[in-house]
Design a protein around this ligand. Structure first.
Ligand code: ZN
Length: 384
């Protein structure tokens, strides 16, 4: 299916889960529901997530990540070497630590508790989604730098990988095999989720950002300094996608979920280093009021890169943006970036973790506004 020539609409990943699915997950984790029945609930939830995106008219869709307990913890469900645990198992005061640093992590957590071995990460999700939709598919995968920070635990993981970097390298090898499988399966877009890189926006050369502080306390990791952290993220991602970027569109998703006192600044602060990434598209949160002006990012974006512009807020369920507001937001970027390189998406997934409550009806309205804005923009720029 051909994509529009400009202002392609997409989503970042997760879609609000129906309450009956969360209920089924709970019963399954207590042993009160068998795998076969849970799978039926999951299949139904994926159909619903896909139908919602089709109804909204989104060009490149996902399966809504309905099968994942969270965008990163699901590695514990899929990849040998990882386990998924409640956050309190990693640190008894985890919730207090998250409150203190104003950095809430998802409550189900991944942890490396063995040697990481090749496993299917998302191919099975894609195979099911392809049975129920003809639309081009985006697949989200946890990025290696994120996985290193969010799953290497000083006590639990060190018997297998003495340093977090060793675990990241092992995960990169699995990721490369999975990307190759996803290309063979015909996916349109591989997106590496990299909030830990996005969070560095709030870090200083010698002072980690909110999320690194939380993870340092809960998992027992150490901050390497801003420049080295960015370089490590870039190296790991480039190693994961090297050789694949001509076969499939690869993007990296950056977000930081600003706190009420977070600095007002955007991802331009990580330039020029983040432009060393080989990934084609930057799927970036820019609608949140503390993200600053997307024009600043657009101004420095290299001409061979695309922007997936966060254009509706995934935190504010009390208000749906207007079409005019989204058009004006995108036009700020279109002053500097060719419309063929601008994609329109929400800031983030609507439900990165299973328990994140966001009304599905509001999420659907937000997608519909994005689609109407994209059509208007295509007419305005003569790309209809
Ligand atoms: Zn996000």
């Amino acid at each position: 299916m051909a994509l529009p020539r400009a202002f392609v609409t997409s989503v970042v990943g997760s879609w609000p889960r129906p309450p009956w699915l969360i209920d089924a997950f709970e019963r399954y984790s207590k042993g009160a529901l068998d795998q076969q029945l849970l799978n039926q609930y999951l299949d139904d939830a994926v159909k619903l997530a896909i139908k919602d995106q089709e109804e909204a008219g989104i060009d490149v869709i996902t399966d809504g990540e309905q099968r994942r307990v969270s965008f990163v913890a699901f590695l514990g469900q899929k990849v040998r070497g990882f386990r998924v645990v409640r956050v309190e198992e990693l640190h008894p005061s985890a919730r207090e630590i998250m409150r203190r640093h104003k950095a809430p992590l998802t409550l189900w957590r991944p942890v490396i508790a063995g040697y990481i071995e090749d496993s299917i990460i998302a191919l099975d999700e894609v195979q099911y989604a392809k049975r129920v939709t003809q639309k081009p598919l985006k697949v989200t995968l946890p990025s290696p730098y994120l996985v290193m920070w969010e799953s290497w635990h000083a006590q639990i993981s060190s018997p297998y990988y003495p340093r977090p970097e060793d675990a990241a390298e092992a995960y990169v090898r699995v990721l490369r095999k999975e990307i190759s499988r996803l290309i063979d399966a015909g996916v349109a877009f591989v997106q590496l989720d990299e909030p830990m890189l996005g969070d560095l926006l709030e870090a200083e050369p010698d002072k980690p950002d909110r999320y690194k502080r939380v993870v340092s306390e809960i998992y027992g990791q150490k901050y390497r300094g801003l420049r080295d952290e960015i370089q490590l993220a870039v190296d790991l991602i480039n190693e994961a996608v090297g050789g694949y970027i001509t076969s499939v569109r690869v993007g990296v998703h950056l977000d930081r979920w600003p706190a009420e006192d977070s600095p007002v600044v955007g991802y331009e602060r990580l330039a020029p280093h983040i432009f060393d990434l080989k990934t084609k598209q930057y799927v970036v949160e820019y609608k949140h009021p503390r993200m600053g002006d997307p024009e600043e990012f657009a101004r420095v974006l290299p001409s061979d890169k695309e922007i997936g512009l966060g254009s509706v807020d995934v935190r504010d369920a009390g208000r749906v943006e207007t079409v005019e507001e989204v058009v004006a937001h995108v036009e700020r970027v279109a002053k500097h970036v060719d419309p063929a390189r601008i994609w329109i998406n929400p800031d983030c997934g609507f439900a990165p973790g299973m328990y994140r409550a966001f009304p599905r009806s509001v999420a659907l309205e937000k997608l519909k506004v994005m689609v109407r804005a994209a059509r208007l923009l295509r007419e305005r720029y003569w790309w209809a």
